[in-house]
Design a protein around this ligand. Structure first.
Ligand code: AMP
Length: 336
């Protein structure tokens, strides 16, 4: 899409971030080899942004060598996103490459630690950042999605084209992290970027079909969640999915977490969590996905080895003896 046709909100946003955007454009122009990274245990936004950036670069710089790496997702791959690439250690140590790191600021959470070998690093993110990891960086915690920011960066790049395919990936990221434009992080800017992406000719119905298609096991696990959830005195709804239950239901921890938003529109429920046993031998824990209607729950997530956004955060606990304390902390937030 030509910049002249861009919505004024996107143009204004681009103007306000002109310096950071220029540094990113120059870095991309300077390097022939680029690897796009994102966070571990990816969600729609992490993968949508990564694939959007990858596709945009492939479309506009066909002569460059572009790659995308990281862990695959149990249900998204290959249904929604393609398998990531297997690049050898040798590739990372013998090439001068640019790393574009999307939707993550914490180096421990970057899905492939070999980003460290990059000659130059660019970061595009919307998470609070404790320590800057990149030379050129743009991070806006007010934005609903990293994809919203990445799409804005590229829509503002004069002379470049946003293809329907690149728009498709960015749109998935925005829909995913804004909770289908429901979360309070959704702003006029979110809609302006979505509008510009739609203007490429993107068709929504097949996109939503792919994003939200479920199977019968998922329906059965939802039935389990609905008959086993608990609610704390001040409206924290939560459910636990131990390993043996996951096995019985034929689901993974990631699939178990997908029911968390079942509680989003229930009167009297202020926050809701899924607590899933992750039997990964390297990092055995119970993963908690926390969502909230209003209050900022990221402080509680930080206290329990996690972090994230005001209304969508993640945390982890080593065993279920810690769970009552975690729920009590969250509950106290809503007693105020
Ligand atoms: P999840 O519940 O895993 O979908 O995560 C919700 C949000 O919190 C996402 O934006 C994640 O990037 C973020 N998040 C999840 N786990 C962590 C963590 N351990 N540390 C920091 N942020 C996290």
């Amino acid at each position: 899409m030509a910049a002249s046709k861009l919505d004024s909100i996107i143009l204004e946003y681009g103007k306000a971030h002109k310096k950071e955007y220029k540094a990113i454009y120059r870095a991309i122009e300077r390097y022939d080899k680029i690897v796009v990274f994102r966070h571990l245990k990816p969600d729609y936004d992490a993968q949508g942004t990564q694939m959007g950036v990858y596709t945009f670069l492939k479309d506009n710089f066909p002569e460059k060598e572009i790659h995308y790496v990281g862990d695959n997702h149990v249900t998204f791959t290959p249904r929604l996103f393609p398998e990531t690439e297997n690049l050898s250690n040798d590739w990372f140590t013998s090439n001068k490459f640019l790393a574009i790191i999307c939707d993550v600021g914490d180096p421990e959470r970057i899905a492939d630690p070999r980003f460290k070998h990059a000659k130059y690093k660019v970061k595009i993110d919307h998470h609070p950042c404790k320590k800057e990891i990149a030379r050129a960086s743009v991070c806006d915690t007010e934005l609903a999605a990293a994809a919203e920011l990445a799409a804005d960066i590229f829509l503002n790049w004069k002379g470049k084209t946003m293809s329907v395919e690149a728009a498709y990936w960015f749109y998935i990221g925005i829909v995913g992290d804004s909770g289908r434009f429901l979360f309070s992080s959704t702003s006029p800017h979110t809609f302006s970027v979505a509008q510009a992406l739609l203007a490429t000719g993107l068709k929504l119905s097949p996109l939503y079909q792919k994003m939200y298609e479920k199977d019968i096991d998922s329906l059965r696990s939802l039935a389990y969640v609905l008959s086993h959830f608990q609610v704390s005195p001040h409206g924290v709804a939560y459910y636990c999915l131990p390993k043996d239950v996951q096995e019985e239901l034929h689901i993974t921890p990631e699939q178990g977490k997908e029911h968390v938003n079942t509680f989003s529109n229930i009167r009297g429920i202020n926050a809701w969590c899924s607590i899933t046993e992750d039997p990964n031998p390297k990092d055995y824990c119970w993963r908690i996905s926390i969502r909230s209607k209003g209050k900022d729950i990221s402080g509680i997530a930080n206290k329990y080895e996690g972090g994230g956004h005001a209304q969508a955060s993640g945390a982890k606990i080593k065993d279920l003896t810690v769970l009552p304390r975690f729920i009590a902390d969250l509950d106290a937030l809503f007693a105020e």
